[in-house]
Design a protein around this ligand. Structure first.
Ligand code: SAM
Ligand code: SF4
Length: 322
């Protein structure tokens, strides 16, 4: 559907849990996260019903997220259920990769159209420090399993933080031999991300160009989102930048977000949208009307790097889904 600023909204990120097995420094506090009780989390049947309503409104691309979506049992059944709906174009997943090796066969059977794997460093000590709970070999097992699937649409996502300069060239090198996308995300001032020093894409680009040579913009379709893609000399894969702060992309925003409690969030930075959970006891028409109204009132733009804005989002990224 079309929002109040003429943007086509065709993509929803659905968070299936607020829980996670890691505690990435930019996403969650190290301790003290209180998980939502199961009774507050949407059941898969409710998410499937909402997905059907989304499709009826022209939302045809779905991203399954969390928290860590692979910690919720049976997420593959949700994926296959959405994938089977008439009109759905893509169902993809974003994961930290820790459980990916074991879950990948079920995800492929479910018809997953693509996987985004979040990985900020290839250095074991830094990985442990950045994720606070993780061990690099687990994530690398997931990465290797995904790389071994011929033709899988695989993207690696690295939140590029000041101090991470030493990680970027090694991560980019994963796109040297193989046709994967390695994407660098500017940290956003949400949750603990508010305390991070700014780090723009120019810093990453400088490191990569010094190591590998000049980058050139890729032609062709950009995909479902705000990522701008570039090629490096001799690389089979692409380098991408998702730069919400230095290259604001709100004018082309195509997405809304559904939290695991059923709140339809219409902009990352603000706590605005519609709580769909109470409406699940009513009709699909009532759900459709609430979604339409929320999308019509989708804010025009975020105000990053400013963090302290009116109606500021107080959820952490793990409670939103990224
Ligand atoms: N656990 C899964 C994962 O890590 O991919 C899915 C949820 S996670 C919240 C989704 C994405 O949000 C990840 O790529 C993560 O790096 C990103 N993210 C979390 N906090 C962020 C922040 N403050 N700024 C930018 N990206 C952030
Ligand atoms: Fe968990 Fe993903 Fe947040 Fe890291 S970014 S703490 S893996 S939800």
């Amino acid at each position: 559907m079309i929002d109040g600023f003429g943007r086509t909204i065709d993509y929803v990120r659905i968070s299936v849990t607020d829980r996670c097995d890691l505690r990435c420094v930019y996403c969650m506090p190290e301790t003290g996260m209180a998980w939502l009780p199961h009774a507050k989390i949407l059941r898969y049947e409710d998410i499937l019903r909402l997905a059907g309503v989304f499709v009826s409104l022209g939302i045809v691309n779905f991203k399954i997220t969390g928290g860590e979506p692979l910690v919720r049992t049976g997420v593959e059944t949700l994926i296959s259920g959405i994938r089977a709906m008439d009109g759905v174009r893509s169902v993809t997943l974003t994961t930290n990769g820790v459980r990916l090796a074991e879950k990948l066969p079920a995800l492929l059977d479910a018809g997953i159209d693509g996987i985004n794997l979040s990985l900020d460093t290839l250095d074991p000590a830094r990985y442990a420090a950045l994720t606070r709970r993780g061990a690099l070999p687990e994530a690398l097992r997931g990465l290797e399993a995904a790389l071994a699937v011929p033709g899988l649409n695989l993207k690696l996502n690295c939140v590029a933080m000041a101090g991470g300069e030493g990680d970027w060239a090694a991560l980019a090198a994963l796109a040297k031999e193989r046709a994967v996308a390695v994407r660098f995300i500017e940290p956003m001032p949400i949750g603990p991300g508010q305390r991070l020093a700014p780090c723009g894409e120019d810093a990453v680009r400088a490191v990569l160009e010094a190591e590998y040579g000049p980058m050139t913009p890729c032609g062709g379709p950009a995909g479902n989102g705000p990522c701008r893609y570039f090629s490096l000399p001799g690389f089979a894969g692409k380098i991408g930048f998702i730069s919400a702060v230095s290259h604001k992309f709100c004018a082309g925003c195509n997405r809304v977000r559904l939290t695991s409690t059923g709140f339809l969030k219409t902009c990352l930075q603000y706590d605005v949208g519609a709580d769909l959970a109470p409406l699940l006891s009513g009709t699909d028409d009532a759900l459709r009307a609430a979604i339409e109204t929320a999308i019509l009132h989708k804010p025009e733009a975020h105000q990053f790097p400013a963090g302290d804005v009116q109606n500021r989002e107080r959820r952490t990224m793990s409670q939103i889904g990224g």
